[in-house]
Design a protein around this ligand. Structure first.
Ligand code: UFG
Length: 325
């Protein structure tokens, strides 16, 4: 099977590409390297440089590769940035997606596994979150992902597309080769590990008075190798529709920091700051459908495994990609 991976130089794309190649899939990465890293592309993959916002780039790549399926990661993914620059999110995530779908249509490619997010649900009415709950995003990032889900639903009804929407909760951890390198870094676990590496004095903790047992936000952290495996299972399965990918277990900010203290042996001081606007107190997945439909069970997503794998990667790449110790 021949798979085109858009955004294969990014965090989740790089690890999924690695797994596809390990499992014998012919894999082509399409990426503009604006936020991804050439070093994060497995050398066994064919690489095509291109930007989804340029219809000719993706049309040409699709024609050249004629894949059996597309896994679509390429997108902007910073909630805060999306509130300041919604045009970036609708331009890249929606217009880029439309160009991708058009190129698939012209080439007769129907299967697409789309990297979606729990941010499409917004503030949930109850927990854990099931796939049929209302999708009311609270930021342009979540809205842009939801818009492309809806576009694909219409292509499914009218053009025989076979889309799967994988709605990730909090992606984290690393494989032995590929890890998280964003600029700016806004995510909890890499920010905590930066302090352990001596690259920061204190971890900012946003909010200490949430209605949670220790007052800090609860999230459902899911290891990227578990996420990557779900994409491969989705390729092999005829299912179309949405699946949540999480563990069903919540972990607070202070619990994650506690795990990092145990694993790194560093005291990791914290500084409590006001809540980040728009951060819901708790987000936890009901991922029973992914188990039922795909036979997917996360097995790398204990918080200690997540922090340990991320720590190993950050120690080996203290300055991210490009510079290695
Ligand atoms: N946090 C801190 N300090 C930090 C970074 C984060 O206290 O330095 C807190 C946040 O306030 C939040 C939790 O840690 O309570 C997790 O924050 P992340 O930024 O790591 O992740 P988010 O839950 O905000 O965002 C993730 C994905 C988004 C997705 C979102 C869905 O990164 O792409 O889940 O809600 F949209």
């Amino acid at each position: 099977m021949n798979v085109l991976v858009t955004g294969g130089a990014g965090y989740i794309g790089s690890v999924t590409t690695e797994l596809l190649l390990d499992e014998g899939y012919e894999t082509v990465v399409f990426d503009n390297l604006e936020r991804g890293h050439r070093e994060a592309v497995d050398p066994r993959a064919r690489f095509i440089a291109g930007d989804l916002r340029n219809p000719a780039d993706i049309a040409k790549a699709m024609q050249a590769v004629k894949p059996d399926a597309v896994i679509h990661f390429a997108a902007y993914a910073l909630v805060g940035e999306s509130m300041e620059h919604p045009e970036l999110y609708f331009g890249n995530n929606v217009r880029g997606g439309v160009n991708l779908a058009e190129a698939m249509l012209k080439t007769g490619v129907r299967r697409i596994v789309f990297s979606s997010t729990c941010a499409t649900y917004g503030q949930p009415e109850r927990l854990p979150i099931t796939e049929d709950m209302p999708q009311r995003p609270t930021n342009p990032y979540g809205e842009s992902k939801l818009m492309f889900e809806k576009i694909l639903v219409w292509y499914q009804r009218l053009k025989e597309f076979q889309p799967v929407f994988l709605r990730y909760f909090n992606a984290c951890g690393a494989s032995s080769k590929y890890g998280e390198d964003h600029d700016p870094e806004t995510h909890l676990i890499p920010n905590v590990l930066k302090v352990a590496l001596g690259q920061g004095e204190q971890v900012p903790v946003f909010g200490e008075d949430y209605d949670t047992p220790d007052g800090t936000c609860i999230r459902d952290y899911i290891h990227i190798e578990d996420l990557a495996r779900a994409h491969l299972l989705a390729l092999k399965n005829p299912f179309c529709g949405a699946l949540n990918l999480g563990t069903g277990e919540g972990c607070s900010v202070l619990q994650a920091i506690g795990a990092a203290r145990r694993i790194t042996g560093h005291p990791i001081p914290v500084k409590f700051l006001p809540c980040r606007p728009g951060d819901p107190a708790r987000l936890v997945a009901d991922a029973r459908n992914a188990r039922k439909v795909l036979g997917w069970t996360p097995d790398r997503s204990r918080v200690d495994d997540i922090v340990q794998t991320a720590w190993d990667w950050h120690r080996a790449h203290p300055d991210g990609y490009g510079k290695k110790s």
